[in-house]
Write a protein that binds this ligand. Structure first.
Ligand SMILES: C[S@@+](CC[C@H](N)C(=O)[O-])C[C@H]1O[C@@H](n2cnc3c(N)ncnc32)[C@H](O)[C@@H]1O
Length: 463
């Protein structure tokens, strides 16, 4: 393969990666390309966190074109959030004709580090993003990075990844071993040196002060999030509005889009769905090329769910169908879209179609317990609405008995209380007042403010 210049080379890799679902921005991929293509140090390239191989292909081709060493792609390829991506990863390497230059290590970075002895010239950290794991990746792998080699981290200075920011501050900014820091999108990189020069130290300090607005946004966002978690929604909203007004203007679009999800989820949770809709749409309207699917995909599903909650069936169906017709969605996301369609049919009273969708969503074996319980719950409601009380009873009893699974959901009490309420209603329908009373009482233990359960109990007491 011979290209006239670097632009042509990059264009070629860009075409190869067009269909690959990635977690980083193209501008960051190009940065990695330059680091891998032109780095002067000698050694392997190690990537921690490959997902479906977007950044891997860029690193692989850069190293191959630069006639340098191979890329080791470390990823267990089996996490709850992202599902199992091993076969997609391997297929993507094959299609991008780089499988001869990429060595997949299908394991965690800790497992891979056990027998590792090779020098590394480029260490790219984009695996698990919490503080302990990022720190662990740094401590286990940085010791193999040669002097003159480059370390790069993804998702620096993002509210959703405070762990990355903390590790970079502690181990890169506060260390004399790293200089020549650069920053593109949300990727930060630095060169390992024996001793930092005075000039480089000054530049590092200057950069830190330049990054301050982001840090500031980060701290303020954190304050807003804490208020939100405490239920002080109005105060939280004021903070978010201030960030959008005063701070976003100085932050790059990559940062804003990542954080947008946070805002949109917030507005959705407090019931300001119009505002949430606006933000999800803004995320989607960002040009396809500029925004990683990892950010775009959840926006599409959330939007479908908002339309469904408004009973805007045409728009909801359009969004869910878009999810199901495209590549790059995880099983959990597909299950959510199919579940959404099921709920849509349930709202319309099309019970048979709804039941089929719910069962199909379950057959995808989504690993998220919230979704699994929600689908069982919806099936119970469907049987109840159909008047099939025996099956409905079975479903809700199954939910009440699934204590272990329920403890892994974020709304244990809501599911438990809700299922007991439905059991109460079913027993009431069956004329079994004593059992009905028992379940309404149980419901109130988990949802003390449940109006209908209270009403039924008051009526029963009057009788
Ligand atoms: C954000 S994605 C990586 C995105 C990828 N660099 C790209 O360009 O699309 C994070 C990946 O880290 C992986 N991961 C999670 N824990 C890990 C660990 N302990 N060691 C290595 N990889 C891990 C996940 O399986 C997931 O595929």
């Amino acid at each position: 393969m011979a290209f006239k210049n670097i632009e042509e080379e990059i264009k070629w890799v860009e075409n190869l990666t067009e269909e690959v679902c990635g977690g980083i921005y193209p501008i960051e991929a190009k940065l990695l390309y330059f680091l891998a293509r032109y780095g002067k140090a000698k050694g392997k390239i190690v990537e921690i966190g490959s997902y479906q191989g977007y950044s891997t292909i860029w690193l692989g081709w850069a190293s191959k074109f630069g006639k340098k060493e191979k890329v080791y792609a470390i990823d267990p390829q089996n996490t709850i959030d992202l599902g199992n991506n091993e076969s997609i990863f391997r297929e993507n390497m094959r299609k991008a004709q780089i499988d001869d230059y990429v060595i997949p290590l299908i394991m965690t970075s800790t497992e891979a580090a056990k027998d590792w002895k090779e020098p590394i010239r480029l260490l790219w950290i984009d695996g698990a993003h919490d503080y302990e794991n990022v720190r662990n990746d740094f401590l286990l792998w940085e010791r193999h990075l040669v002097y003159g080699g480059i370390i790069a981290f993804h998702d620096f200075c993002l509210i959703v990844c405070p762990g990355v920011t903390k590790v970079v501050k502690e181990y890169i900014f506060d260390s004399d071993k790293f200089s020549n820091i650069g920053y593109v999108g949300t990727t930060i990189y630095a060169k390992k040196v024996k001793k930092i020069s005075l000039f480089e130290r000054l530049k590092k300090e200057a950069l830190l002060s330049l990054l301050f607005p982001r840090e500031n946004a980060e701290i303020i966002l954190q304050e807003g999030k804490t208020l939100f978690d405490q239920g002080r929604h109005e105060e939280a909203e004021k903070i978010f509005e201030k960030i959008e007004r005063d701070l976003y203007i100085i932050l790059p679009p990559e940062y804003r889009i990542c954080t947008s999800h946070f805002f949109a989820d917030f507005y959705r949770e407090i019931g300001a769905c119009g505002k949430a809709e606006e933000i999800y749409q803004k995320i989607l309207s960002f040009s396809e090329k500029r925004i990683p699917r990892i950010i775009k995909n959840p926006a599409l599903i959330n939007l479908g769910e908002i339309y469904l909650s408004r009973q805007d069936h045409a728009k909801a169906e359009e969004k869910f169908s878009e999810v199901l017709s495209q590549k790059g969605f995880t099983n959990i996301q597909r299950a959510r879209a199919i579940f959404g369609l099921g709920n849509l049919y349930l709202q319309r009273g099309e019970f048979r179609k709804a039941e089929e969708e719910f069962k199909e969503a379950l057959s995808l074996e989504p690993q998220d317990k919230n979704i699994i319980i929600s689908i069982h719950y919806a099936l119970g409601s469907l049987y109840e609405r159909k008047g099939d009380f025996n099956r409905a009873k079975e479903k809700f009893e199954e939910i009440v008995g699934s204590i272990e699974i329920l403890s892994l959901t974020t709304s244990r009490d809501k599911f438990l209380g809700g299922a007991q309420f439905h059991l109460g209603c079913i027993y009431k329908e069956l004329g079994k007042e004593k059992e009905a009373k028992h379940y309404f009482e149980e419901c109130l233990k988990f949802i003390p403010g449940h109006k209908k359960a209270k009403e039924y109990l008051e009526l029963a007491a009057d009788d």
